[in-house]
Design a protein around this ligand. Structure first.
Ligand code: ZN
Length: 1081
């Protein structure tokens, strides 16, 4: 069972209980950081290979250059194969880490896997079954989270080498960059130099005991002298005072742990912990600090909006941009009303549904995180778990942390200011007690403002810490100094692993990939350090030496798949710049090299093992292309799809049949390698098993069923477009992510592709801008003493340019005490998204029908709670709060989504892929896949159109997903996220046919039309503008299908009309009646 707190049903704890969360059990062999894993991996049965340490002498005669002509012995293995020489492993090189490796004490009570599970509530159906539900009511299990002593953390004092330099760069685009240079300082470091030496033993240690941190040398320039600190900071050095030098051995230590939350501190100031509504007087530079203002004099009214921003409302920097999409969304009076869904059947807004705006003071809200990046299922947080239980709504966060941003404030500063207790990054929602102290909004610890932070690089004024970009932007990126590194940032490494069996060659995919790589070679994110490598495999494994100076690539075949080894490891991953010509030559020859192959076997497992060995020294990204079920060596799989069971909700194989792929993924994760799987297969390939390789290594799965270069040109086009995005998008390496929340809340279950290291640290060997994550939360302590809670995600990664960076998002939400307020603030999209993630877990750990029941019960339970506890009079009908007016519709849409549908011929791999997508997609895409947008497009007009950069983009209203909304005389576009379908009615106006589709009449619409011609007509321009605009809003290019009566895609189009009845599924109205019946019981 993945979710602590969710009882296992029918003892179904087997299978994927290794869901990310549970796999992190303390003592698991996979909990080590990368450094230890270098040592550890041999215990996994793999020898570590570091550059230069390859122990095996190469038999010279076995290496044969291949030519484009021949020389390849085919998969028959005739010719040059390498047999493993009998050489003992060389001793492992010394670890990068010298000296003792401190371990982080981790009370087991913090481990979700160790959390006692409440029993009951999800009962097997013996008795008249009580409604299945997801039991959001986790009983408070005491101090299981957030409050535990911590070892020393890196301090605030930062990198001394950079002390004098501040730089503030605002942009992602160099053109937008502005540098702010402190007067008198040297030129800012545009890109801080990479550390040339690695000094594990000497991160800036914790400050000595008994006082504030040692003052840095005050910045040069004419700054005021350091003030005489009369501020006593009780407890500020209560930890980390043993004076010892602490070396970082894990990312966990670097990123910092959870709360220290010195109990006496919390207890001493229970009241002040939430206060601080006053503004300190804006003191002129050079003031001498006086005693902190007395808290006693505070006006009580200031408690409403206690955070800093009110007092220090200044010109926001990036905030304007970040919040622009939320403007005009304040809670409409309509938001208060109760809706009878049986009477008001069309509640779907005609414009895209916007996330609710948290009920916060506008000064706070305008600084809040963009909901596209970070949102919560409940924008009003219930004060207690009991209140949350009453609402029967799931509490959780949905994140899109590495989304491509047009504008991103980037801060380069020697001091990254973080809470000394809980390691929260300073953010717009902290409280400044005065100019020298700030109170953490997560643990309430009072912290010093470091000297450097007193200078504002934006305004070039001293004494304005609250105007610093860090305090003005809920989304910000820091250039991380060397203490945020376990080792020097690694170069970007891209390894491509190609299936070249007969089946693979038949599909013709290799041509597409190689061409795409040739086209995009110079666009791979990276720099002069970028390394690439290539492997191919069928029944044997083939390597390619691309060493600079060779006249052509050399192919090396390893036929021993039972005990794979790497020939010439130093020449297989090569510098792209230095070996570019060889790489290009290889990519040109590869598609031809295997055209005659008769080898049908697939040794995917051994090939992955070899690829893992090759990448172990550096980590990086492994892109694996597979076209069939692996048949040879470790990881071989057997077909287990039974077509006659496709339609049933029971007994289908959603769990992996072997743990080989998961284990290997965890090994990869330990070495900072992620595996992306491209599955191009017409046959069952057991994606449930194969997908684990990506899931736990933080990779992604891409699936192209029935890929064929001739028979399926549309799939080819889609593959090429997606490959281009894949190859050229931003990438982060060696990443970890931690999500923190205000004391009293706790995060317990994680969804997405990653591995949970040390309880709550997500290990992401790669992070990409298209990945989404979700977490579940519970309320551990009564939040009555606080008005606001905050959530902060911090993603520490190495950019493709070799910079260590930290991207931080902070979300602030109000706490409420009544059930009505909880309902009013419900975010129905986020709730549906989180439920979908939970339902995937439930499908795997229990069964598909359990998951479906749980989805339905989520609606019934919350609406019953609303009816019985909020509504004063019991009206007939199905009464729902306005915020949840689309809840039944979205859940019905989920039930009809490929992941959870029944009664269809959904192939198992397609279902599994849909589930992978649920787990790995950002919310906005998940919602489009689940509940597509439908527009009438044969009568587009400029009325209400958007104007962007001289383009006029029509905005037709969104229609309900029902065949009732279609008409034969029109044309309708359905936007299902990854695919666009244009349904053309039989009697569609001639004008549309000729002016937009460019055809004479309906009959001449081609059977497979996937492009609209660019005609010189206003109708064509409008239609193309609208479709392009939809496409621009998502990372992957959706293919457009033009559908007419006889089109094979028609069924897919109709299937997405979720309000309609199908053979096996209720219509929306029938579903509402069912819900009403259950609610009013
Ligand atoms: Zn804190």
């Amino acid at each position: 069972m993945a979710q602590p707190g969710i009882p296992a049903a029918r003892g179904a704890a087997a299978g994927l209980q290794a869901q990310n969360g549970a796999a992190s059990a303390a003592g698991s062999p996979y909990t080590n950081g990368p450094v230890q894993n270098t040592l550890m991996s041999s215990s996994q049965g793999y020898d570590s290979q570091l550059p230069g340490s390859y122990p095996r002498p190469m038999p010279a005669k076995t290496l044969n250059p291949f030519s484009a002509q021949s020389n390849y012995g085919g998969s028959q293995g005739s010719g040059q194969t390498l047999n493993r020489p009998l050489v003992a492993s060389s001793p492992l090189p010394p670890s990068l880490q010298s000296g003792p490796v401190p371990q982080m004490p981790l009370p087991t009570s913090r481990n979700p896997a160790a959390t006692p599970m409440p029993s009951g509530s999800f009962l097997p159906g013996a008795n008249p079954p009580p409604p299945l539900n997801w039991q959001y009511n986790y009983p408070s299990t005491g101090p299981q989270t957030n409050h535990f002593p911590h070892v020393a953390q890196p301090t605030l004092s930062g990198n001394t080498n950079l002390t004098a330099d501040h730089q503030y760069v605002s942009s992602g685009d160099p053109a937008l960059q502005t540098s702010f240079i402190k007067p008198g300082s040297t030129l800012p470091l545009q890109n801080p130099p990479l550390p040339t030496t690695f000094q594990p033993g000497a991160p800036p240690g914790p400050p000595p005991a008994g006082g504030p941190p040692p003052q840095k040398t005050p910045p040069k320039a004419a700054l005021p002298p350091p003030f005489n600190s009369t501020v006593t900071q009780e407890g500020i050095t209560s930890h980390a005072n043993n004076g010892s030098v602490v070396a970082h051995s894990t990312y966990d230590e670097i990123e910092g742990g959870g709360f220290l939350a010195t109990p006496q501190l919390i207890n001493q100031n229970p009241k002040t912990s939430r206060s601080v509504g006053y503004a300190y007087p804006s003191l002129p530079p050079g003031y001498q600090n006086t005693a902190p203002p007395s808290v006693a004099g505070m006006p009580p009214s200031s408690l409403n909006y206690p955070s800093g921003p009110q007092a220090f409302a200044q010109t926001p920097l990036g905030a304007n941009h970040l919040t622009s999409s939320m403007s005009g969304l304040s809670l409409h009076p309509e938001g208060q009303r109760v809706v009878n869904l049986l009477q008001e059947r069309n509640m779907l807004p005609s414009t895209p549904l916007q996330p609710p705006v948290p009920n916060l003071h506008e000064d706070i809200q305008k600084l809040n995180c963009n909901p596209e990046l970070f949102r919560c299922t409940l924008t009003s947080i219930p004060q207690t778990q009991a209140l949350l239980n009453k609402a029967k709504l799931p509490l959780g966060l949905l994140l899109h942390p590495f989304k491509d941003l047009v504008q991103l404030p980037v801060v380069t500063s020697s001091t990254i200011v973080r809470c000394r207790s809980c390691r929260t990054y300073i953010n717009p929602f902290v409280n400044f007690l005065d100019q020298r102290r700030w109170k953490c909004n997560l643990c309430y610890r009072v912290n010093d403002v470091p000297e450097e932070f007193m200078y504002n690089p934006l305004t070039r004024v001293y004494g304005e810490p609250h105007r610093r970009p860090e305090v003005q932007n809920a989304t910000i990126e820091f250039m991380a100094p060397s203490e945020y590194m376990l080792r020097p940032p690694q170069p970007p490494v891209y390894l491509f692993v190609f299936d070249v069996s007969h089946n693979a060659i038949e599909t013709g995919y290799l041509n597409s990939v190689c061409q795409s790589l040739l086209d995009n070679l110079d666009l791979l994110p990276g720099n002069t350090r970028t390394k690439v490598g290539f492997m191919t495999f069928d029944s044997t494994i083939h390597f390619y030496s691309l060493q600079e100076g060779l006249s052509q690539p050399q192919m090396l075949i390893v036929s021993d798949i039972d005990d794979v080894f790497i020939p010439m490891p130093e020449n297989l991953l090569v510098n792209l710049n230095e070996s570019k010509e060889l790489v290009q030559e290889l990519l040109k020859s590869l598609p031809q090299m295997f055209t005659k192959t008769l080898e049908t076997q697939s040794a995917l497992g051994p090939a992955l093992q070899a690829a893992f060995k090759l990448m172990s020294p550096t980590g990086g990204r492994m892109s694996v292309f597979q076209t069939q079920l692996p048949t040879l060596g470790v990881g071989a799989l057997k077909p287990r799809e039974e077509p006659n069971q496709r339609s049933s909700a029971k007994e289908i194989h959603l769990t992996p049949s072997t743990d080989f792929y998961k284990k290997l993924a965890l090994d990869c994760s330990g070495q900072q390698a992620a595996v992306d799987l491209f599955l191009l297969s017409g046959q069952y390939s057991d994606l449930a098993s194969l997908g684990c390789i990506s899931r736990y290594s933080a990779g992604s799965v891409y699936y192209y069923p029935s890929y064929h270069h001739q028979h399926n040109p549309v799939q080819v086009q889609k593959f090429q477009k997606e490959l281009q995005r894949y190859l050229t998008r931003k990438i982060g390496f060696e990443a970890v992510m931690r999500i923190r929340c205000t004391k009293g809340l706790s995060i317990h279950t994680f969804h997405g592709n990653f591995f949970v290291r040390s309880t709550d640290l997500l290990s992401l060997p790669n992070v990409n801008p298209d990945a989404g994550y979700a977490v579940q939360m519970s309320v551990e302590e009564n939040l009555a003493d606080t008005q606001l809670v905050s959530f902060q995600s911090a993603l520490l990664y190495t950019s493709s340019k070799g910079e260590r960076r930290i991207r931080v998002h902070t979300l602030c939400l109000p706490v409420v005490s009544t059930l009505n307020e909880v309902f009013l603030g419900a975010d129905v999209q986020a709730i549906s998204g989180l439920l979908a993630n939970m339902a995937v877990d439930r499908s795997v750990t229990a069964s598909l029908s359990d998951a479906r029941d749980a989805l339905v019960n989520a609606v019934i339970d919350s609406l019953s709670a609303y009816r019985s506890s909020v509504l004063s009079s019991q009206q007939p009908g199905l009464m729902v709060p306005f915020s949840l007016r689309l809840f039944p519709l979205f859940v019905l849409a989920l039930l009809k989504q490929k992941s959870f549908q029944t009664g269809t011929n959904a192939r198992l791999d397609e279902r599994i892929f849909a589930m992978c997508q649920v787990k790995n997609q950002p919310l906005v895409h998940l919602m489009l896949t689940t509940h597509p947008g439908l527009y009438r497009v044969d009568n587009l007009s400029d009325e209400g159109a958007l104007n962007i950069n001289d383009r006029t983009i029509p905005q037709p209203p969104i229609l309900q997903l029902s065949v009732e909304k279609l008409s034969r005389d029109g044309a309708f576009l359905m936007d299902a996220g990854s695919v666009l379908m244009l349904w053309v009615g039989k009697n569609c106006a001639q004008n549309f046919l000729s002016q937009v589709l460019g055809v004479q009449n309906y009959a001449s619409i081609p059977q497979m039309m996937t492009d609209l011609p660019e005609l010189d007509t206003p109708e064509s321009a409008r239609t193309i503008a609208f479709i392009s605009w939809l496409r621009e809003q998502r990372p992957f290019f959706p293919i457009l299908y033009v559908i007419r009566e006889e089109s094979p895609m028609k069924a897919a189009f109709l299937q997405n009309l979720v309000e309609d009845r199908t053979e096996s599924a209720l219509s929306y109205y029938e579903f509402l009646l069912h819900i009403q019946q259950q609610v009013n019981k």
